[in-house]
Design a protein around this ligand. Structure first.
Ligand SMILES: *[C@@H]1O[C@H](CO)[C@@H](O)[C@H](O)[C@H]1NC(C)=O
Ligand SMILES: *[C@@H]1O[C@H](CO)[C@@H](O)[C@H](O)[C@H]1NC(C)=O
Length: 364
């Protein structure tokens, strides 16, 4: 053998310990995951910042802005921990069937201990009901009943159903003119499906009562672009609240809709380059899918009036961008946080990885 041949041989020997595990894991799951990563590109997007944070404690009901929040792997603190279900069937209710739900108002007490619930037709303070924002086991034991048949989309999960003694069920049933009950997410994890399925995400992650994934991130630059189209079509501009995002970033006015290709994003305190999570300064999200929209954004969140055509028609004309969502326009990106920590308005937002491979998957 000529000495030159030893070089590749030595290299191979040196790399064996690293190559072996990679070859061993060459099963279907890892092949699928690798295929999904093929579309990855190096990022070209300018850093941006968080403009606003929004939580919607009760699914489909009116939420509110917060200056800061605790990000959990399940989503922002308080976000969609509650929902309303039919009192008899325990099937979830949303603005899709009941636009009036957006006139159920939620707020938080100054000390953060209580969630304040009321309805838009009642200005009288006395009609507000306060419930613990983080109910203790003892509170739940005495004031709720754990049900295992709470249905959200095609998932059956558990939830603590508020007892009549709390008063919320009567308040909301009267307002919506049907029998509903309030539910707090139970202890059983609602594991992500579709694009967030553990086989694709590479970890088991769960969420409370959003439709599918923990966090919706949206761009102000993109709603501004949509609004310029709405206005030139003779329609009124709409607020980003209609899309019910959690994290709103400023984005780049020169480049709206670049979020379509986000793959991995990071938020961090300006000027710090710390590690992940609690003590570190940055939080990374896997962007699992685009958010396909129904006609909920046609509903004015203040009046609950549903516009017959807008913004749906305008969006359908140019926002059908996901190959997995042929008949739905997209707005915003669905993310799964890798860690937990404090998020604040003004934090830096960066795109770490982009992809051309997003394709919405409903489930397996
Ligand atoms: C396939 O590989 C992944 C890691 O790449 C591993 O987590 C999983 O357990 C493997 N599955 C089987 C059936 O070997
Ligand atoms: C149950 O709720 C009531 C208020 O509705 C409260 O006064 C009581 O302390 C709660 N029970 C427990 C065990 O916390």
């Amino acid at each position: 053998m000529t000495p030159l041949l030893y070089v590749p041989l030595l290299l191979l020997l040196a790399l064996t310990p690293w190559l072996l595990p990679a070859l061993r894991s060459n099963n279907q799951t890892s092949t699928l995951r690798r295929l999904l990563r093929l579309g990855k590109k190096t990022p070209s997007q300018k850093p941006s910042e968080i403009l606003s944070l929004r939580v919607y404690p009760i699914k489909s009901c009116r939420g509110f802005e917060v200056p800061s929040s605790k990000l959990r792997t399940t989503g922002l603190d308080l976000d969609r921990r509650w929902m309303l279900v039919d009192a008899t069937t325990h099937v979830f209710l949303t603005i899709r069937q009941i636009p009036e739900m957006t006139r159920i108002l939620t707020g938080i007490s100054d000390d953060g201990e209580e969630l304040l619930l009321s309805t838009a037709d009642i200005k009288d303070e006395k009609a507000e009901i306060a419930i613990p924002s983080r109910p203790s086991a003892a509170w739940l034991e005495e004031n709720t009943t754990l049900a295992s048949d709470v249905q959200i989309w095609d998932t059956v999960t558990d939830g603590y159903i508020y007892n009549p003694s709390v008063g919320v069920n009567q308040l909301f049933s009267k307002f919506l003119n049907r029998d509903v009950v309030l539910v707090y997410k139970g202890p059983t994890a609602r594991i992500l499906k579709g694009n967030g399925d553990p086989r694709l995400l590479g970890r088991v992650q769960s969420t409370n009562f959003p439709d599918v994934h923990p966090v919706l991130i949206a761009s102000q630059a993109s709603i501004d672009e949509l609004n310029s189209r709405l206005k030139s079509g003779g329609h009124e501009a709409i607020t980003i609240e209609r899309f019910r995002p959690n994290i709103i970033i400023r984005g780049d006015r020169e480049a709206p809709w670049v979020e379509d290709s986000w793959k991995t994003v990071r938020i961090s305190s300006p000027g710090t380059a710390g590690g992940e999570g609690e003590d570190g300064a940055s939080l990374t999200f896997d962007i699992v899918a685009r958010c396909g929209r129904c006609q909920v954004p046609n509903v004015d969140p203040v009046t609950a009036e549903k516009h017959r055509t807008q913004p749906w028609d305008t969006m359908m004309s140019y926002r059908r961008v996901d190959p997995g969502l042929k008949y739905k326009p997209c707005f915003g990106m669905l993310g799964a946080p890798r860690g937990e920590g404090e998020v604040r308005v003004g934090m830096k937002f960066e795109v770490l990885e982009e992809t051309t491979g997003h394709q919405y998957i409903k489930g397996f």
